[in-house]
Design a protein around this ligand. Sequence first.
Ligand code: MG
Ligand code: ZN
Length: 214
Amino acid sequence: MSIVTIERKVLEKNDELALQNREVFQRHGLFVVNIVSSPGSGKTSILEQTLEHLKNKLHIAVIEGDVQTDFDAQRVAKFNVPVVQIVTNGGCHLDAKLVQDALASINLDGIKLLIIENVGNLVCPANYDLGENVKVVVASTTEGDDKPLKYPTMFRNASALLINKIDLLPYINCNLTELKTNALKINPKLKVFETSCTTKQGIAEWCTWLEKQV
Ligand code: MG
Ligand code: ZN
């Protein structure tokens, strides 16, 4: 079927550009994290906490992907780190080309960690390699415990899972053990953190892990 062929060609082209990005990242000695989640799970809040924690230890730059607005980039800019906003104008994921274009606006010299906040979507960001070293998936307790089973590709391709809004657990219908079991069933190697940007639970552990990867 022709649609399948087009999809494959688009992904092949993307993989080619992702490889180019990866070469640029390697040349600069840069570690790159692609943060993915559904909308509203707290990617930007996690990013803020991460910057707060690590900005004095590591030189960090950020690429923000959003369908519309630069609200998230404005939040990140408060931490005085280089940040570029990509507005996809309806596009539901970042691709390697968009990241390549964004890289032109960042001076990568001296940067050790580049964090890319993807568009809120658990479907196609799983298939679009940006050239990153690791994908990190944020799943909040408010989304329930079945996300890993519904979106297995994303959890299979991720290196770490942040179970966010962990402080809300007593008030909602989410079985934490079930959520973890489901995630590890899909990907036994997944490193799991329980985080809250309100109580700061798990933030230090997550940042220590991230710093070690860099
Ligand atoms: Mg965001
Ligand atoms: Zn998409």
